[in-house]
Ligand binder design. Structure first.
Ligand code: NAG
Ligand code: NAG
Length: 439
């Protein structure tokens, strides 16, 4: 018995030995990927760049954290020998969750083919939408070195599923040079899911947005380490809170009540300098129509609060800075001060900290001056939150939308299998910034 076992073992290991070196040579499998993100000065949009098509061309895209998929303006000279329209009832259509089959009356071209499934690309900046064919093409992207410190080899993903819009005006409102939207949402064809299944790495990703309009922030697709200069693994700084699914999407869809790919968290209360903001807590939960709750958004430049929350928030903040000199508000903000009222700290102006209290009193997302205040001129600083109104202008909607200014120089990691958000609070405490990835 013993000798038979020994022989089998040898046999098996020889085979493994013969096969593995050739696999190693032919296929490089990245552990994670990395994308640069720049803040567009004119629009405050966060813009990234992918390479798509054959021959490969750079494509600039606005980043929409909750966007359901990648869509590209195909009206703008889309040329590629690897372009494939998704024929009705094939796998890309089921991944895209659409069984609607389309015809196109124009000349056959990328974005205009018969017998393809169609979906609704959504311009979340402008609020516009259209119907467009589902398609596939190759995308190339930089990998992240195993130590998480810099970009590695460029890797390609053939047959990446996206939406190819034939409507030129769908890019209205997007930053100059931008040709579509990169959706990082929680769907089967969101960028994180497609790349994680293509390269078999965990379905986690992280965003680190920079306030700078001249240096790059970074998106990591895949797991940590995420290392910024000077050699700091910022993934070590994370606290965690559950991600919540909203059963109803805000994006237009064929079937109405479809669940949202956006990322919601549970804020239980807001404190300023430790004082609770008095608010109707039922607004903090998502109701049956999908209204309410707190979502995280990269397409809102500042955090948006429903009117009653906003008013209570401003008055609580103002009471906590009694000695500051108030000045006339500068739109879109409602509360502004003479900037000489506040000193400077490592984490921005020395103002009371704003605490978003999450699943329990110990889990708190703290917002300091660099993320709460906006310098609107040499002399004036404003509380960087805006009034979302009481009227429901787009149904359903969140009553707290944590926007870009409050996310900058914070690391946020979205762990989809565990359905949790890791958040770092201000990286300025760690003496680094989101512009410090070694691109
Ligand atoms: C699609 O089919 C219609 C009618 O069958 C035809 O008129 C049209 O030219 C076709 N379009 C393309 C892009 O092939
Ligand atoms: C709190 O908000 C809910 C949902 O909008 C509303 O039905 C309720 O009347 C509000 N309660 C108070 C005390 O304003």
């Amino acid at each position: 018995m013993a000798s038979t076992f020994y022989i089998l073992l040898l046999f098996c290991c020889n085979i493994v030995f013969l096969i593995s070196p050739s696999i190693a040579k032919t296929s490089f499998r990245p552990k994670a990927l990395v994308l640069p993100v720049t803040k567009d000065a004119a629009t405050n949009q966060y813009v990234t760049q992918l390479h798509q098509r054959t021959p490969s061309v750079p494509v600039k895209l606005t980043v929409d954290l909750g966007g359901h998929f990648l869509w590209v303006d195909c009206n703008d000279n889309y040329v590629s020998s690897t372009y494939k329209p998704a024929r009705c009832r094939t796998t890309p259509c089921s991944l895209a969750d659409t069984s609607v089959c389309g015809v196109c009356n124009g000349d056959q071209s990328p974005g205009c083919n018969n017998n393809t499934c169609i979906q609704n690309p959504f311009n979340s900046i402008f609020g516009s939408s259209t119907t467009a064919e589902v398609a596939q093409d190759v995308i190339s992207i930089q990998s992240l070195t195993v130590d998480g410190s810099k970009p590695g080899k460029v890797v390609s993903k053939p047959n990446f599923v996206f939406s190819c819009s034939g409507l030129a005006s769908l890019t209205a409102g997007l930053a100059s040079g931008v040709k579509g939207i990169a959706g990082l949402g929680r769907t089967k064809i969101g960028l994180p899911s497609q790349f994680s299944s293509a390269f078999s790495f965990p379905n986690k990703f992280a965003i680190c947005l920079s306030p700078s309009t001249t240096s790059n922030g970074v998106i990591f697709l895949g797991d940590s380490p995420y290392v910024l200069l000077p050699a700091i693994d910022i993934s070590k700084k994370l606290m965690y809170t559950p991600l919540i699914k909203n059963p109803i999407t805000q994006a237009p869809t064929f079937f109405g009540h479809e669940s949202s790919g956006e990322y919601f968290i549970r804020v239980r209360s807001i404190k300023i300098n430790g004082k609770a903001v008095p608010l109707n807590t039922s607004l903090l939960s998502i109701d049956r129509e999908g209204n309410g709750g707190t979502k995280i958004s990269t397409v809102n430049p500042y955090t948006v609060l429903e009117t009653t929350i906003y008013n209570a928030f401003l008055s609580t903040f103002d009471k906590q800075v009694r000695s500051a000199t108030k000045v006339a508000p500068v739109a879109p903000f409602g509360l502004c001060y003479d900037s000489k009222s506040f000193g400077n700290t490592r984490v921005g102006l020395g103002v009371p900290s704003i605490d978003l209290v999450l699943q329990n009193k110990k889990v708190v997302w703290k917002i300091f001056g660099a993320n709460s205040m906006v310098q609107v001129s040499n002399k004036v600083v404003c509380l960087g939150f805006v009034d979302g109104g009481q009227e429901v202008n787009r149904v359903p909607r969140a009553f707290i939308i944590i926007g870009g200014h409050q996310l900058e120089d914070n690391l946020l990691q979205f762990d989809l299998p565990k359905s949790r958000l890791g958040f770092s609070s201000s990286l300025l405490f760690s003496q680094t910034t989101c512009a410090n990835f070694n691109f």
